[in-house]
Write a protein that binds this ligand. Sequence first.
Ligand code: GAL
Length: 645
Amino acid sequence: MRIGVDYYPEHWDKSLWRADADLMKETGVKVVRMSEFAWCRLEPQEGVFDFTWLDEIIEIFEERGIDIVLCTPTNCPPLWFYEKYPDAVQTERDGRKTATGIRGHRCLNSPEFLNYSDRIVDKMTKRYAAHKSVIAWQIDNELEANFCFCETCVGKYRSWLKDKYGTLERLNKAYGNDVWSGEYSSWEQIKPPYGHYPQAWLNPSFMLDFNRYASDGMIAYVDRQAEIIRKNCPGVEITTNVWFCENMPNFYKSFSNLDFVSYDNYPTTRIPDNAEECYSHAFHLDLMRGVKRQSFWIMEQLSGGLGCWAPMARTTTPGMIQGYSLQAFAHGADTVVHFRWRTAVSGAEMHWHGLIDHSNVPGRRFAEFAKLCKTAETLQAVQNTELKSDIAILYSPENEYAFKIQPQTNGMYYLEQIMLLHSAFTKYGLNVDIIGQHEDISDYKIVVAPEMYVTESGVAERLYSFTEQGGTVVLTNRSGVKNEYNTCIMEQLPTVYRKLIGAYVEEYNPIGYDSGMLRFADGSTFRCRQWCDVMAVETAEPVACYDSDFYKGKAAITKNRYGAGTAYYIGTVGEKSLYYKLIKEILLEKEIPFVDGLPDNVEITTRTGEDMTVRFIFNNTDKEQSIQLEGKAISLLPFEMKIER
Ligand code: GAL
């Protein structure tokens, strides 16, 4: 297990470089990541390249045996480039150009940008191809599926639609453009969603395609860089770093031509009061592991208090630097790179704190980081272990887009119910895989398929055959609502899943911020909220019925035998204890061993190898908690790890 740091040699006087590298070496840093924003230092004038400084710092790290991840610097083209090609800056919704002097503001379709980007990537990768210490390349930095509204992008969008639909007739039909006189009679009439009117006024089919197109465009850029890197540096691994941003790309497609996933992990520095929020860190890590279903890297990891985009937040409490990094290992990361070695003294991010403060005097946080580096060394045995799980939760970027485009009711968002279900399994100390909807699910025992809103081809079929062969599926409300074009399917909900769940939705009540009650057969009652599917059972049996409103007594949660398996349907969104109850029943039924009575906010994950099983027990609170585990174990951690206040 490796700990690294993000380092910005271009921000520091050269006189600091050797001392920094010495301290890294002494501390146990194994890898540094550099250069994602350094284009103007590498090409200070058009066609004039200067790699000497990068050569020098690479050599410094090589001498000390520290590995390097180099980044292509394409996130920030130099200002001379924009001066020459002002059109290469992204165009915003209102037609204005994005400001220069910031970052991530280049239009990924601009032919000039692509030429210059190809050239710097080519030069750089050729120059460092022979360096064994360069163990990986990171493409750009936190690429987003940004919307650019320039003429080139409008043209790209139209060709994307032409490729997809071929004719306007097919496109008009797919979108249902007969509403509001929306039928296109020429391709030129198709325009991206300009202007600042509410998005909800636009056709959701058009908007879903626009999101897909933006994601595909970003991915095409990733693949374009990957091709150059692979040609020049065969055998060297390639990644790009992602996070949960506003315009998320489709992660599954983003990484399909890359070697490993890397994620920028900034969990909150305020210990959350409730379990859902706490377990959300685990959720994001599990989701990242599931993107390629293999171990991943944290390319930027929380080190100090955050600031700059928002007012400064609490600093990392003692124990957090180690705790959150080990949590990442626990969920499948094998390298954690801390952002950043030293806090910047200039620029927009000068209050986003790194491991060492502006003073350059290593303090409490650094001391904890140094301990973490030593701990990671003692965990080498964990390197060859993996997380195996009987449980998969399906995630779909398409659904995430579609829910954002059309929020279903007050307070409801796509990830919430998924996270509640994930928390329930986490609460029982189980590994959970979060995987894409198109993955093979045949090896799991339980597949949770929440809010299968946009029906993607092949997914329902896979769930039917999985259940038929003995698996347990858990479906929820808002499933089978839309076809792949994001128009409503004209059948009783949950349409394509009706036979599987043996029930249908008689009617629904989007109760938003209001709440209702439901009651299980054993008399226990739970609060439900946001949404109530009033179920009519066919072959299914009710598991819980509503205990409030005009549909009191009607089924809210159902269970159906299908083939050799079982399909549950949760027609509402419940409080967290409802999920704990239901999931426990399902685990017992499936005879999956679990830890009962784990305190809130404590997670257990298990990594297994050929000859060892490693359990990570993570207490995400500032209180001491004790748990009783069966069997004998030895502690791999050399010291007691606590969060102290
Ligand atoms: C990340 C980004 C870094 C830095 C960090 C802190 O999103 O990749 O470059 O900006 O946030 O703000």
